[in-house]
Design a protein around this ligand. Structure first.
Ligand code: SF4
Ligand code: SF4
Length: 382
């Protein structure tokens, strides 16, 4: 079972617990595949009876080592991920037998070339548009080629049956995650965004779907039991959405800071949020086609155009009764930085809500300045 006691543990504590779990799995002879992105069709890894683990770095400490080889101006997520790999300081990277990656942003896809010198790395060619001619055909073909890579790497086949079962199992996890996110739609939310995001992202470090689903169901019950109906006389805490780049490396200085200042983060419009989970993989059609259809629908800024992001955002802003939006742009992330033009316009003009854009890296040096900006933003919402 997902090892989450009633007492809240931070993401880093949960991640460390997963180190022991993955070592035990390796000792049992299990293969492990490292991944970096929500576009990764993890069902293929499951279908070959291997575990997948997220290797995305969110740690400032590993960046200096990476900057000996990568440009300083690159996004901290890419530098941190590569730094963890080359310093051998991440047990998850150490235990990974292979890497499954995709051509998302330029920095990531070029970093994978360097990573390929350390571990067997397969890079899937993700179409850069969801609607381009032949996008779905080429992405379906990429699914098949990835299956061949995994078969050759591990010397066993992916059968149609094992792939169908993996799709069913992963859909169960998605449904449990969707129920968990749904709790934050309650007013007031009985769970902090900091806690919710820590629990959701820690599921990447548990390796049996049944355990993950059981653990998530337990958390859902625990959070629902905390719910107290709103007092009509009490002042409502502002309800916020987080959007933009992955929040992991800025969890403390943005997510925790803004909640400590008196707001509730209730909606995550990011790749680990509900918009990535809400489309299930079709269990009834050809499994490769089904995977291609599901994963191509993810609305990340690496897609051009990326109109679906704003359609999803509109629905979420209403559903979670959001009062304001915080966008995170990691230094050097061109796709989200450029798309922020549309995000700001959409939030402030179409939805008529307050919006703040925060540029950050993973260091703590800007934490004070960010806190001051968040304080000023919350004042607008009072
Ligand atoms: S933000 Fe986009 S490219 Fe980055 S991990 Fe998420 S889906 Fe992948
Ligand atoms: S945050 Fe932006 S630059 Fe960094 S890995 Fe994701 S898409 Fe690439």
């Amino acid at each position: 079972m997902l090892n989450l006691p009633a007492e809240f543990e931070t993401f880093n504590e949960l991640k460390k617990k997963g180190f022991i779990e993955i070592k035990e799995e390796k000792d049992k002879g299990k293969n492990v595949v490292g991944i970096f992105c929500s576009y990764t069709p993890v069902e293929l890894i499951m279908a070959i009876d291997a575990h997948f683990v997220s290797l995305c770095g969110g740690d400032d400490a590993s960046i200096a080592a990476a900057e000996k080889f990568l440009p300083k101006t690159l996004c901290p997520l890419i530098k941190s991920s590569y730094g963890l790999a080359i310093t051998d300081s991440c047990p998850y990277f150490y235990f990974s037998d292979a890497i499954l990656a995709e051509t998302t942003c330029d920095g990531k896809k070029k970093m994978y070339e360097l990573l390929g010198e350390i571990k067997p790395t397969h890079v899937m060619h993700l179409p850069q548009s969801q609607t381009a001619p032949l996008a779905i055909e080429s992405w379906t073909e990429e699914m098949k080629q990835t299956a061949t890579f995994l078969e050759q790497q591990f010397g066993r086949p992916i059968t149609t049956e094992s792939l169908r079962q993996a799709i069913i199992d992963r859909n169960r996890v998605r449904k449990a995650l969707l129920q968990l996110y749904e709790i934050a739609a309650l007013v007031p939310s009985p769970v902090s965004g900091y806690e919710l995001s820590s629990v959701v992202e820690s599921t990447d470090f548990h390796f049996t779907d049944d355990d993950v689903v059981e653990g998530l169901n337990q958390k859902i019950e625990e959070y629902l039991a905390r719910y107290v109906a709103p007092n009509p006389d009490a002042k409502r805490r502002p309800r916020l959405m987080i959007t933009g780049c992955p929040i992991g490396g800025c969890r403390e200085k943005i997510l925790k800071a803004v909640e400590d200042l008196g707001a509730d983060v209730v909606a995550f419009d990011s790749c680990s949020g509900p918009r990535t989970q809400k489309v299930l993989v079709d269990e009834t059609i050809d499994p490769y086609q089904a995977l291609a259809e599901k994963y191509l629908l993810i609305n990340c800024s690496v897609m051009s155009p990326n109109q679906g992001r704003f359609e999803d955002m509109k629905e979420m802003l209403k559903h979670y009764q959001v009062d304001g939006v915080i966008e995170l742009i990691l230094h050097g992330c061109h796709t989200f930085a450029v798309e922020a033009y549309y995000t700001k316009k959409f939030v402030t003009e179409t939805m008529e809500l307050p919006y703040i854009c925060i540029d950050a890296d993973f260091s703590t040096s800007d934490a004070g300045q960010i806190r001051t900006r968040l304080e000023a933003f919350l004042e607008i919402l009072q």
